[in-house]
Design a protein around this ligand. Structure first.
Ligand code: PLP
Length: 462
């Protein structure tokens, strides 16, 4: 069946119309979804369609069926997790990526994708103040970035011990010790499972009251190990926004030739603003870094960077071997920096975001969100008995309401049901508390005020 040109663009225009309606309504719709997955399945499910359908009709049915199950996380008042938003330029660039349908694995398949990755990698390293010759892979998220960084780490620390893990695997290899802050993100442990290093082998190093790894505890833990060591530090704790003392940690790593990996999924962006840059001091001394673009840079899902100072270790971990390799010597084959082969041109929306914001715009985005976190913390302390548990150094606010876990859980449910904003709960020092995160370009101070009022009234009614 020949598809004529008008048919292709008709479906695109239909999608654009649905997208416009959705985006125009983002500010007003309840932030939580109206329907659960079962309700969406009822509308969109059923047996495999026997016959095909017109593309425009498919898009209409899809958009209408999904609508009640959508969360307004791209909107200005979703304060759950650390979720980001989608800058207009990044979103539009993301559409282009799909229209171009490049296989961005190899230079030969898309010189444009190779060039844009190179440019974006350079810009990223400059903005985040990381070594300019570090090696950058554009991955799906910080999970993949942590896995890539730790895979490079595994290669290098074992190579120093005389073991080629790429060739020989881990059977018979010297034991690799992994030292993580007790508040390391869950994705670190997934990476350790995937890499065969073992979740339980990780030593959980004590943290302080903000969730920062204690350097003295790290030094002590390091002293109790022999052989290859990897240290996982954090730039931006998901609950408090706190940063590990990377300088002190790098000093300790240097005493043992330990690999230092920094999970900076959202926090590394602090380096892009003069107001928060001090938090990331000494980050450039690490060996690898994970940073998301879909969180604080406000690129649509999914996009992140795996950055490795030791380019050879990066290649050893994720470089593609075999007959496909080296089609164009001297050119960038994007696949060699990520755990995927065929892939979309993931750097393109990142490029668009950086170009739309510029250096000053990235700094402004970070500063505005941090100021909004402080504003929210101030407004919520008006609640009798409410306590802000963290030093609000970045974009995260932790609030404990009086009445124990039960009262805090009820409050979170009431706030979510009210729909003005969305926030979640987390466990902090064994207690269930409210976590509020700012990372969206579209959030303004009025959103903060309106949300604080809704939170206070929902808690009053709960
Ligand atoms: C979100 C987050 C991750 C995981 O990132 P994904 O993009 O969801 O894969 C890892 N570490 C930290 C600190 C995070 O905030």
């Amino acid at each position: 069946m020949a598809i004529s040109q008008p048919d292709r663009t008709a479906a695109l225009r239909t999608a654009a119309a649905h997208a416009e309606t959705f985006l125009a309504g983002l500010d007003d719709r309840p932030v939580a979804s109206r329907a659960d997955a079962a309700a969406v399945r009822d509308v969109l499910g059923g047996p495999v369609p026997e016959h095909g359908q017109d593309p425009t009709a498919v898009i209409d049915a899809l958009a209408n069926g999904a609508e009640p199950g959508l969360v307004a996380s791209a909107g200005p008042r979703h304060f759950g997790f650390v979720i980001g938003g989608a800058l207009p330029a990044a979103l539009a660039a993301d559409w282009l990526v799909s229209a171009w349908d490049q296989c961005a694995a190899f230079h030969s398949l898309s010189p444009a994708a190779a060039a844009i990755e190179e440019i974006t990698a350079g810009w990223m390293l400059e903005l985040l103040r990381l070594p300019p010759d570090a090696s950058v892979g554009f991955v799906t998220g910080a999970q993949a970035a942590n896995t890539t960084g730790l895979a490079a780490a595994r290669h290098r620390v074992l190579a120093r011990a005389g073991w080629d893990v790429g060739r020989n695997g881990l059977g018979g290899a010297p034991r690799v010790h992994v030292l993580c802050g007790d508040q390391a993100h869950a994705t670190i442990y997934t990476a350790l499972r995937l890499l065969g290093l073992g979740e339980d082998a990780a030593v959980r190093v004590a943290v302080d009251d903000q969730g920062r790894m204690r350097p003295d505890a790290l030094a002590e833990a390091m002293g109790r190990t022999t052989g290859p060591v990897i240290v996982c530090a954090q730039a931006g704790n998901v609950s408090t926004g706190a940063f590990d003392d990377l300088g002190a940690i790098a000093d300790i790593c240097a005493t043992r030739d330990a690999w230092l990996h920094v999970d900076g999924a959202f926090g590394l962006w602090a380096a892009a603003s003069p107001e928060t840059r001090h938090l990331t001091a000494a980050a450039e001394r690490a060996d690898s870094w994970a940073v998301d673009a879909h969180k604080w840079l406000n690129v649509p899902y999914d996009a992140a960077m795996a950055i490795v100072a030791d380019a050879a270790a990066h290649q050893a971990a994720t470089g593609l071997a075999g007959p496909y390799l080296v089609a164009d010597p001297g050119q960038r084959d994007n696949t060699n920096f990520v755990p995927e082969s065929s892939r979309r041109a993931r750097a393109v929306p990142v490029y668009a975001a950086l170009r739309a914001l510029g250096r000053s715009g990235v700094a402004d985005l970070v500063q505005r969100n941090c100021a909004q976190a402080r504003r929210m913390a101030r407004l919520l302390t008006e609640l009798p008995g409410a306590e802000v548990l963290n030093d609000v150094v970045l974009n995260q606010v932790l609030v404990r309401l009086p009445g124990g876990d039960e009262a805090n859980r009820k409050a979170v449910a009431a706030i979510q049901a009210d729909g003005t904003c969305w926030l979640g709960g987390t466990t902090w020092n064994g207690e269930y508390v409210l976590r509020i995160s700012f990372s969206n370009w579209a959030t303004d101070d009025e959103d903060v005020d309106r949300s604080a009022a809704a939170i206070i009234s929902a808690i009053g009614a709960a």
